[in-house]
Design a protein around this ligand. Structure first.
Ligand code: 6CS
Length: 313
């Protein structure tokens, strides 16, 4: 059969490299074909999710930044300073977390989605027009965020004015000053040329970008067991590949950004300067519980247990 797989980025971006590896594994080990639909070919992230739920797509990569509006628990990834900051810590967490590999699986299933993998895409930085080193410096600054209520709460707690927008409106919004900043991993700042429309890049250390790949559940449930296993194996091969691919990717992206724009101002907040941003996490965590109730509380508990196990590694 031909399986359709859409994602939110270009073929050469992290989600595209992941999808290409999946396709390669499927096609090398079966008679199936995977047709890839990069960002822009089928609409925005919300559009491809609808198409996957309707069964028009068999596979979709949608980041929790957008899924959070559909599945409130997915917003857990926007509690700042929660995920491990090292590559190895992240890898251990995503490979072994029960919250990710068991709890989230059943939550997504309730929405007709077979969650196959979650993986990190890189350290998130904030790019703005003006420099800041404290929440006060973000006062009145409109920062674009993905369309997710908890991310809005995060940026409020950071002292900014969050503006949720689909990806397609970000470059133009920065150009016309409707927004004055945005957050994303470094590879994306480089490939989407965010350095053309913002002048300062700030390392706050508050997050790593998480994404998720899933299948339409009816489609997946009806696959013969052998094909289900093939899909899981291909996902595992893609995960292994993407973790290696990402080693040093942020550093390489930073070099490319500075080649394109040598006067891009790079600010790394010190541990002391990060303190008020870290303090905001508590408030955001409380909001998460408010939005998700007891199931959210249990998920967070498991999530933290898994994080501790990753840190102990
Ligand atoms: O900020 C966004 O909307 C986009 N950022 C990344 C890294 N991937 C896709 C997403 O649409």
């Amino acid at each position: 059969a031909t399986w359709r797989y859409a994602f939110e980025e270009a073929l050469t971006d992290v989600q595209g490299v992941y999808a290409s590896k999946f396709k390669e594994h499927i096609e090398a080990n079966s008679d199936h074909t995977v047709q890839l639909f990069p960002y822009g070919t089928l609409g925005e992230s919300a559009d491809i999710m609808e198409q996957a739920q309707a069964g028009l797509l068999q596979f979709v990569d949608q980041s929790p930044g957008f899924t959070g509006s559909l599945i409130p628990e997915a917003q857990i990834f926007f509690i700042p300073y929660l995920l491990p900051e090292t590559h190895d810590g992240l890898e251990y967490f995503f490979r072994n977390s029960k919250a990710i590999n068991e709890a989230f699986k059943s939550i997504y299933a309730q929405h007709g989605l077979e969650l196959l993998k979650m993986f990190p895409e890189g350290e998130v930085v904030i790019t703005t027009q003006e420099a800041f080193d404290s929440p006060a410096g973000l006062d009145g600054v409109k920062i674009r965020v993905m369309t997710n209520p908890l991310l809005v709460e995060s940026y409020k707690a950071f002292g900014a004015t969050p503006t949720p927008l689909p990806w397609g409106e970000v470059y133009g919004g920065l150009q016309t000053n409707i927004i004055q900043g945005q957050e994303n991993p470094l590879f994306w700042v480089e490939s989407a040329k965010m350095y053309e429309v913002t002048d300062v890049m700030t390392f706050t250390g508050h997050n790593n970008f998480t994404t998720a790949v899933m299948a339409n559940k009816r489609f997946f449930d009806r696959l013969p067991e052998q094909d289900q296993q093939l899909v899981q194996d291909a996902m595992q091969a893609a995960f292994d590949h993407i973790m290696v691919y990402q080693k040093g990717l942020s550093e390489r992206s930073l070099e490319k950004i500075l080649e394109q724009k040598p006067d891009m101002k790079i600010v790394r907040l010190t541990e002391e300067q990060r303190q008020p941003f870290r303090a905001a996490a508590e408030e955001v965590e409380a909001k998460f519980i408010e939005m998700t109730g007891d199931p959210g509380r249990q998920l967070l508990q498991q999530f933290k247990q898994d994080l501790n196990a990753a840190k102990a590694q």
